[in-house]
Design a protein around this ligand. Structure first.
Ligand code: PEP
Ligand code: MG
Length: 372
């Protein structure tokens, strides 16, 4: 088996020698980032910060929802700040010297709000016992009802949330900038990048970006450590791909979110690929494989090409990657190489496969059908 390990290492080395695509990993914890690095990842292409608001911190999310005024919300955000700073410091440390793309919060709200039915049942049970329901429950249910959406994936997500909830983006950017300052003072080489999710119009990005720059300037002035971080955007809505030329005016990098881009291009819910109808529909032979598994070149792929061309026409040095599930799919990696992306980002365990495929894609004579 030593011989086998040697052969794999050899193949990996050859692939690394020829590939043009950089391979990064999606990671939200220092442990995942360290694991990804051991597999050869050249950075974090997507840190999903919404995952940092689960578990114990749900209580704080609840408190933020119920905040009656600015000062109460500011107090909750103040509690979240040191926790987030610590999250980012750990990941930057694990990836010291390599880029870490931190995405501002993008929660599908239904995964974070308290469960309406559970609250309603608790209130009804109290009433049935002839008791007064907990005022906290009643208040929370009212708030959750007011925020209820039939299609949360098409609702208050991504940049929209950042623009609607005062102070949320500022808190996250401050946590990132302060973590960068701490790592710099400790002699590290932190390379954080800030990414805005679910942008559909350059105006959204401009407003969000102004807030990001304001906070970066604030932390730079306070600390005496200049914090200048690249700011970029996800391209995961058809409108973003079609207006990429304008969006590139306000973005230093693009990262394709092919999960949402596939969902919104096809109009199939990414959360319902297990539904009975979907597999029955796949059996009709309309697609070769599920578009969520292997990139659909005619639709999603065409949008990717348009966005790459238009983005680079505006900004020739625009850095472009992909961080949806397709980033680790061998077939799709060949396509991303052919359209000229700079990197793919996938789950840590898929990094070795992505490295090999990126190498194969770069060998002369392979997959000529992918070239333009
Ligand atoms: C995507 O949409 O492809 C993406 C990477 O973002 P998320 O999966 O977190 O929506
Ligand atoms: Mg997405």
């Amino acid at each position: 088996s030593d011989a086998l390990v040697g052969t794999v290492a050899d193949a990996m080395e050859r692939a690394d020698g020829v590939r043009r695509l950089e391979v990064r990993a999606n990671a939200d914890t220092p442990e995942d980032a360290a694991r990804a690095r051991r597999f050869g990842a050249q950075g974090v292409g997507l840190c999903r910060t919404e995952h940092m608001f689960l578990g114990e911190r749900r209580k704080l999310v609840e408190a933020m929802i119920l905040a009656r005024d600015e000062s109460e919300r500011a107090r909750v955000l103040g509690e979240l700040l040191p926790l987030q700073r610590q999250d980012f410091r750990g990941i930057l440390e694990a990836m010291d010297g390599l880029p870490v793309t931190i995405r501002l919060i993008d929660p599908p709200l239904h995964e974070f709000l308290p469960d309406r039915t559970g609250l309603a049942v608790r209130i009804a049970a109290a009433e049935a016992r002839g008791e007064r329901p907990e005022p906290h429950d009643a208040e929370l249910l009212g708030a959750v009802n007011r925020m209820h959406e039939e299609n949360p994936m098409l609702g208050l997500r991504g940049v929209r949330l950042g623009l609607i909830v005062p102070g949320l983006v500022a808190m996250q950017v401050r946590a990132i900038a302060e973590a960068v300052v701490e790592r710099t003072r400790a002699g590290g080489r932190p390379r954080a990048e800030i990414m805005v999710p679910l942008v559909g119009a350059v105006e959204e990005l401009r407003i969000e970006r102004a807030e990001v720059e304001r906070v970066l300037a604030e932390v730079s002035a306070e600390s005496g450590v200049p914090v200048r971080l690249p700011v970029g955007t996800m391209i995961e809505l058809p409108r973003a791909a079609l207006t990429a030329g304008r969006i590139a005016e306000a973005a230093e990098f693009f990262s394709f979110g092919t999960n949402d881009l596939t969902q919104t291009t096809w109009g199939f819910s990414r959360d319902d690929v297990e539904a009975e109808f979907f597999s029955a529909y796949l059996d009709k032979g309309i697609f070769a494989t599920s578009p969520f598994e292997s990139l659909d070149r005619d639709g999603v792929g065409r949008l990717v090409r348009i966005a790459v061309d238009e983005g680079r026409a505006t900004r020739p040095d625009l850095k472009i990657g992909v961080c949806g599930e397709h980033g680790g799919d061998p077939e799709s990696v060949h396509f991303f190489h052919a359209v000229g992306l700079d990197y793919v980002s996938c789950s840590p365990f898929r990094v070795p496969v992505a490295r090999l495929e990126a190498g194969r894609a770069a060998l002369p004579g392979t997959r000529t059908s992918d070239s333009r």
